[in-house]
Design a protein around this ligand. Structure first.
Ligand SMILES: *[C@@H]1O[C@H](CO)[C@@H](O)[C@H](O)[C@H]1NC(C)=O
Ligand SMILES: *[C@@H]1O[C@H](CO)[C@@H](O)[C@H](O)[C@H]1NC(C)=O
Ligand SMILES: *[C@@H]1O[C@H](CO)[C@@H](O)[C@H](O)[C@H]1NC(C)=O
Length: 391
């Protein structure tokens, strides 16, 4: 409930809190096309390390919450039908199957990345620091704006890098060894920012225009994080942007009623929310270019979630999707099939749509495994990653 508590949306407040923190990260895909290159790539990278939010979550939030049964239960991703397509059970991922980082790891011939917080796991071939609710800014920033209780704010970007640094000695020993080891590792850093905007738009009640004022700071925090990884020895770094907020069923459901026809674009997305996302992504892309110029021996790749998912919204049939706004695992019917009080995994939403592979969005915010796979494939081979990961 904390999420929407403050300035508006009282009818939504009931159980929305947890969900909104999740929103940020998506990822995915491509075991099939990936397999062609995996033999070659398997020898190329020792390991893969990932950072981010719910879009890249592979289990950290469940490890962190496991001491508190109530908190674990509130995490809807721990309930069926999450995981139904690939794992056959909930796997603490916000999808019906794999997320983008899973597909990328598999394509590089690496195992699925264990969550960095899990005990007794072998992290020599990779670890995933991403955690649901992850933000680019420290939580203290949001506290200064009046957000009090840090529900699920267990891991800002800064903290995730700390976790990684604590892990490093066990992976490669000495500083020099680690430089060499990390130079042969693949990094996925983000997307960060999704939750930073969720807090502002959904909890603080900012307009997209107001939230834009904080974009330079959010990008700065992200770029500073990348520079810290480079200082540790990272060379290959994929930097994803964020999803088209204005096309996601959650935002459409929340804001459609207060919007007029002219607030929507010709495909049905909310223009001002997408403008915010585009602003964030274009600034990130530009700063990544500058960083690449500054660190010539690195390979920093900008991965474009926005353009690809927006294309899926514009031409859903081309990707095998029906109505691109209809949540696969949701409730309430209608165009969006999203009800914040009956989100996927909650009592009112315990079944998925008949064919999740024909849907873009799984739970109102996060893509289906099918979409994630296509996204990963386009990052590995182009055209939605500059340069493509496998180039
Ligand atoms: C467990 O989590 C719930 C929900 O976040 C919280 O209200 C409660 O205080 C927590 N209990 C403990 C013992 O930390
Ligand atoms: C960006 O970060 C640098 C140092 O890391 C700081 O000096 C600068 O003020 C920051 N800019 C913004 C807009 O936050
Ligand atoms: C977050 O907190 C750490 C430690 O206090 C600080 O070094 C870092 O600059 C902060 N990051 C941001 C984005 O404010």
């Amino acid at each position: 409930m904390r999420f929407l508590r403050s300035s508006f949306c009282s009818p939504l407040v009931a159980s929305s809190s947890s969900f909104l923190l999740l929103v940020a990260v998506i990822g995915s895909c491509s075991t099939v096309s990936a397999s062609t290159s995996s033999n070659l790539q398997a020898t190329k990278y020792n390991a893969m390390f990932s950072f981010g939010d719910s879009v890249a979550e592979t289990g950290n939030i469940c490890v962190v919450s496991s001491r508190n049964a109530t908190e674990l239960d509130v995490l809807t991703c721990t309930h069926p039908p999450y995981g139904t397509t690939y794992f056959g059970r909930p796997s603490c991922r916000w999808s019906d199957g794999r997320v983008v980082v899973d597909f990328i790891a598999q394509s590089l011939g690496l195992p699925l990345l264990p969550p960095s917080k899990s005990k007794g796991k072998d992290f020599h071939r990779g670890a995933n620091m991403a955690i649901t609710g992850g933000t680019a800014m420290n939580f203290s920033f949001y506290q200064s704006l009046g957000i009090e209780d840090p529900v699920w704010n267990h891991g800002s970007l800064y903290m995730q890098i700390q976790w990684f640094m604590e892990l490093i000695p066990s992976l490669c020993g000495t500083k020099q060894n680690c430089k060499e080891f990390l130079a042969k590792s693949m990094f996925q850093f983000g997307g960060f920012g999704g939750n930073d905007y969720n807090i502002q738009l959904l909890e603080l009640g900012f307009t997209p225009e107001q939230a834009m004022k904080n974009t330079p700071m959010i990008i700065n925090a992200t770029i500073n994080g990348i520079e810290r990884l480079i200082a540790l020895g990272a060379v290959h770094i994929v930097v994803p942007g964020i999803l088209p907020t204005g096309c996601l069923p959650l935002f459409l459901t929340f804001f459609a009623s207060s919007s007029s026809e002219s607030d929507f674009d010709q495909y049905g997305c909310l223009k001002s929310y997408n403008r915010l996302t585009e602003y964030h992504n274009s600034m990130l892309r530009k700063q990544v270019q500058i960083l690449q110029g500054k660190y010539r021996s690195t390979r920093i790749m900008y991965a474009d979630y926005y353009s690809q998912v927006y294309k899926m919204v514009q031409q859903p049939r081309k990707f095998g999707f029906s109505n691109p706004f209809e949540t696969c695992c949701g409730a309430g019917g209608g165009k969006y099939n999203f009800d914040v009080g009956a989100r996927c995994g909650m009592p009112g939403a315990t079944t998925a749509c008949r064919d999740p592979s024909a849907r873009l969005i799984w739970d109102g915010v996060h893509p289906t495994e099918a979409a994630n796979k296509m996204i990963a494939d386009a990052w590995l081979n182009g055209p939605y990653c500059t340069p493509p990961i496998l180039s």
